[in-house]
Ligand binder design. Structure first.
Ligand SMILES: C[S@@+](CC[C@H](N)C(=O)[O-])C[C@H]1O[C@@H](n2cnc3c(N)ncnc32)[C@H](O)[C@@H]1O
Length: 290
């Protein structure tokens, strides 16, 4: 990845720490998305203890910190110094000692030995932010896991529906970037685009479900599950969702149904608003790296 893109990622995510923390606390749709991801992570962990886990692009520690708190040995890697700072502060305040913080980019994991982690997580789209190095990043994530890999990437049809069409019509009066994204998946955010909307993510690649599946298989993995988490919740009234979350039993039952709905082949392709739109669990089944 060129250094310019790395520094764009750093400063972009440095600025988002507070907003991400707030969104996690206040947005019921984000809460549903988080809880769906937890169900998937817990399925991989089963009842095992003392696992070694790499959380690659771990942000403010949404998953890394509770996993370390549960006794697993966690490496929390992120490109953004401010995200690392926020996560470190939270971990210290909870006196967690089984977590190690490292700054770096997921497309260079050369500091880690092959097969050094029981589970590798890369959630809410760090892979998509490696817009021109995602193949390298994916090979690295696969190389360092012994077996399990849980990924969340941007969902191509989802991002088009979420803001793409509005962006084009507002700024160009016709479809423009959406056509590129639909065909190639990549949006290279030029200075011109950024001047139209300063809050745009740095350049990214959004995947189709079959594209990420094929890529993982080509790199020697078996895809075990794939879903578009949070799709159903995006259509539910947020106030009703808040009430549902407070009813533990009804909420658990809702999450069970949402998992089923979001994995339906007719639903794959959308995903939550403003969060990783495709969730994939894969197992490394041979040692080939291509
Ligand atoms: C939406 S946040 C998700 C954080 C965390 N994985 C979660 O699910 O809560 C995306 C995170 O990926 C990090 N990130 C983006 N590109 C990265 C890269 N190339 N290498 C490492 N971290 C990256 C950002 O700094 C940010 O903290």
């Amino acid at each position: 990845m060129v250094n310019n893109h790395r520094s764009q990622l750093q400063s972009f995510w440095d600025r988002l720490v507070e907003k991400e923390l707030k969104r996690e606390k206040e947005d019921p749709r984000k809460r549903v998305h988080t809880d769906l991801l937890w169900r998937e992570i817990k399925r991989s962990i089963q009842k095992k203890s003392n696992l070694t886990i790499l959380d690659a692009g771990a942000g403010f520690g949404r998953f890394s910190i509770p996993l370390a708190e549960a006794g697993h040995k966690v490496v929390h890697l992120d490109i953004s110094p401010k995200m690392l700072e926020a996560a470190c502060k939270i971990a210290q305040s909870r006196e967690i000692t089984t977590i190690e913080f490292m700054q770096g980019s997921i497309d260079d994991l050369s500091r880690f030995e092959t097969s050094s982690f029981d589970i590798v997580l890369c959630l809410d789209s760090p892979l998509s932010f490696c817009y021109n190095t995602y193949e390298t990043a994916l090979s690295e994530l696969i190389r360092v896991t012994k077996s399990n890999l849980i990924l969340c990437v941007m969902n191509r049809s989802g991002v088009i529906a979420e803001g793409g069409v509005n962006f084009d019509l507002q700024h160009f009066g016709k479809l423009k970037t959406v056509l590129e994204v639909y065909n190639a998946g990549t949006l290279v955010v030029t200075e011109e685009l950024r001047s139209l909307q300063p809050t745009l993510f740095p350049s990214w690649h959004a995947f189709r479900p079959d594209e990420i599946k094929e890529l993982l298989e080509r790199k020697g993995c078996r895809v075990e599950r794939i879903s578009a988490p949070g799709t159903l919740a995006r259509f539910v009234d947020p106030e009703l969702l808040k009430q549902l979350i407070n009813d533990k039993e009804a909420y658990e039952s809702y999450l069970g149904f949402e998992e089923q709905y979001d994995s339906d082949v007719y639903v794959l392709g959308i995903g939550a608003v403003g969060a990783g739109g495709l969730l994939i669990t894969a197992a490394k089944c041979d040692r080939r790296q291509k």
